[in-house]
Design a protein around this ligand. Sequence first.
Ligand code: TZP
Ligand code: MG
Length: 219
Amino acid sequence: MKSEKLKLFNDYNLYCITAEALSKGRKNIEVVEKMLKSGVKIIQYREKKKTLREKLLECEKIRQMTLDYGCIFIINDNIEIAKMVLADGVHIGQDDYPLERVREFLGDDFIIGISTHSREQLHDAHKRGADYIGVGPIFKTFTKEDVCDPVGYEYLDIAVSESKIPFVSIGGIKEDNLEEVLKRGAKCVAMVSEIVASEDIEGKIKAIMDKLSYWRDKS
Ligand code: TZP
Ligand code: MG
């Protein structure tokens, strides 16, 4: 059920995002397998460079793998693929299809997340019926090409006090600065390069999850 799935977004979880171009020669499928074996509970498929056909085939495989491991599967941008493979949700940006139209297309059972960078966008996402919001980029990141300037802790603090739906902090978050973000009240953190570009993906995830567990137990 969607409400059960959304609880994971408020429970000190790591939200892992794919990026084959940064994965040091490893394929998305191989990276996703390592994420799943390490116990990751939320995975987003984000792939800017492949054809729709390639993306669909990869997402079909990842859908099955995530179901086998009981992991939430979110697809970035491609709402049609999300519907075709029956993913758990989609993640859209401010310039993608309007959220209401995405909701119409996918229905109420789908999780819809939207990137936000300001208080105004946060309240707009609430009004439009988002299930969760992305909050970032918190720090400088080189992963996303068309990314805006870091919103820093200023917007993170606004999200902590004003968001009525789960939010996922993103952008330049690493094992080393993770606790700064958690200290301010974040309960779900998304990472791309820190995980996929790591030589030891399993070891990196374990170190991050240990920190998250510490904060979960403390809360
Ligand atoms: N959206 C906002 S920042 C970002 C996305 C997809 C990229 C985050 O990547 P990294 O490597 O974790 O900084
Ligand atoms: Mg997008």
